[in-house]
Design a protein around this ligand. Sequence first.
Ligand code: GDP
Length: 613
Amino acid sequence: MLDLFSIFSKGGIVLWCFQSTSDIFTPSVNALIRSVILQERTGNNTFNHNALTLQYKLDNEFELVFVVAYQRILQLSYVDKFLNDIHLEFRDKYKNELQGAQHIMDFDFKTTFDKILKGCEVWAKSQAKIPKQMRTFEDSQKSKKTVASMIERKGEEKSKKSVKIVETKINSNGKVEESPETDEDVIAANRAKLAQKLASKNKKETKKSPKVTKSPVAEERVKQPRVWALGGGARDLPALDFSTDRPEDADHRINADTQLVGQMTGAIRDLEVESEESSEDEEYDAKPSPKKSGGMFSIFKGLVGSKALTEESMRPVLDKMRDHLIAKNVAADIANKLCDSVASKLEGKVLGTFDSVAKTIKTTLTESLVQILSPKRRVDILRDCMHAKQQGRPYVMAFCGVNGVGKSTNLAKICFWLIENDMSVLIAACDTFRAGAVEQLRTHTRHLNALHPDARHGGRKMVHLYEKGYGKDAAGIAMEAIKFASDSKIDVVLVDTAGRMQDNEPLMRALAKLIKVNEPDMVLFVGEALVGNEAVDQLVKFNQALADHSSSTNPHMIDGIVLTKFDTIDDKVGAAISMTYITGQPIVFVGTGQTYTDLKALNANAVVHALMK
Ligand code: GDP
């Protein structure tokens, strides 16, 4: 049931309009024009305003906009088709009139409109009757995702780039996407940005660092096939395609990239502060440089002067700073807190030069952020593993999170780090739900063992996989795995759990059970930095669910966070700050790419640096 349909020119002249209710739609249409059309943010064709969803189609030749409005709670599957049909029909019918300069005329379109609408409604009904077929594993993206895709191959860059271009084209022609004001849009926008960033990064890429492969731009949260480049070029392709599990693949056939070996010994390295701006001299250079002028320091230029600063004089500047932080995905209350701490440090000061302003703000922000980001308790996994070993038991880490955030990939990276440090690992395949999950871990196991063969560790096999196939009780498998590790003197157990949405009660209950019966040493929540505050919501709800569904008086909740895809967020580091601030739990690992070595520890300085940009 459509509330409004309107065709207007980009110049603002309404050519034809139909309204099924007496409601006033002008504010919603105006909002669409203001926030989308005028700002050229027309990648999406859906826009939500109040209780309405507006879907639109642009005709760039005649500079027309076709808009449909309906109640947001309705799920109308035919609107895209309807807009397309109407668009074609209207163009065909009034081509000559539209070509003329004079747009103001009486378009007699009601009969055609009704006919097309009816046709689309019938079409939607017939579509609804077609039973939905479940995709087979072979059809799914996951089946094409090989472990090989975790490592970048040089020749891959171009083809990925062209995929991106095609997608962009489709988008601008009006493919179904979310409104720019929804969370999904932020994700889509982030992903588009990521693709752009990676494209430019690839140009700069140096030979020695096997850096991030790009995540292809995706409109929806779907798994992307990965490409591994273990030791080389296209000739390795057939050998490295592990999308279907091949029992004949023995470890010795894996052509492991030995360059990675030895890079992760010792504690995890900190995230790096971008080198080109790390020089103190440059950072605090009193002369405004073009690079800095757009950054946060420029906000403070107005404070330079010979008078002592007061709360009032700083207010406008602090407001701007808060907006700047919020724009970087920092939650509003945390942004306020950070602004307050800067204000209290600056009040009463006479800031003669821009130089001193920059220094004071940087020091203040760093202090506050270090406080927020510093773990409340010591996290030293290698030491804890050693301690557990001394007690004659394995150290157990469980990984949880929603689907596709990078649980298995980062579990494999952590596994690599552990074996680099001579800890033997048992991976417990407790995702008994998603087709391909066990195979994915099996392939990781093979690759990790190929990187660290038994011979290197005195005949010890470094990575084992404990799997019981699909459909079984995950808590039970985890328990058996821990027992197996204990009996076999394996140092660490990494429990991979099935991805689940934070609002799915039965699945959250199952996770709480897994944690309760197995009491892991560390429950890690895996969240994507890419989705910003959505990750914060997931984390809060996971934590809450673990508390709610545990019958214990002292429930085991999330102990730490793995923040993945940090390489994709540009400088929008706010999620990292919000996640630690809200839960008080540390970010133990940061995933910064798709190779085994792309695992870092959070560094408050790097975060501050990104915030200042
Ligand atoms: P799971 O369903 O949570 O187990 O997710 P996967 O481990 O299968 O990862 C989903 C996708 O995210 C894969 O394409 C990974 O390569 C990718 N991914 C995981 N971690 C990172 C990361 O830190 N950076 C980037 N750029 N991609 C990542």
